[in-house]
Design a protein around this ligand. Structure first.
Ligand code: AMP
Length: 112
């Protein structure tokens, strides 16, 4: 997708420090962090949201990468949260599927 900011990040058009990168997934720090640790994990392939995902391997790649990042950042002791905002009422603002990995403070529940 030419006009998608996360596609530009994933394909290197916008220089970004990747915390994690493999064949299908990249992870990088959120520009506007909502917790001391706030990482976005995204598939390199463009899906507007999870609703468009047609292949279960996209989910397994995304989740297993997020778990790896959490482990590498040492988040397992105190815990973390993974969130995928989907669509308008889900609070999604960037239309490229992404998983938020949040940690480093007590996270409230229910979400706002
Ligand atoms: P969502 O609201 O779930 O769609 O999340 C989109 C997230 O992307 C927000 O937390 C933004 O702060 C973050 N974001 C938007 N643009 C960038 C960018 N260029 N680099 C890193 N994070 C970004």
């Amino acid at each position: 997708m030419d006009d998608c900011i996360f596609c530009k990040i994933a394909n290197g058009d916008i220089p970004t420090d990747f915390i994690y990168s493999d064949e299908n997934v990249v992870a990088f720090r959120d520009l506007n962090p909502q917790a001391p640790v706030h990482v976005l994990v995204i598939p390199k392939k463009h899906y507007k949201s999870g609703i468009e995902v047609d292949n279960p391997s996209v989910w397994s790649d995304l989740m297993s990468s997020a778990v790896k990042v959490a482990r590498e950042l040492g988040l397992e002791k105190d815990g973390y949260r993974m969130v995928i905002n989907t669509g308008e009422q889900g609070g999604q603002t960037v239309p490229h599927l992404h998983l938020h990995l949040l940690a480093g403070r007590n996270l409230g529940w229910p979400p706002g």
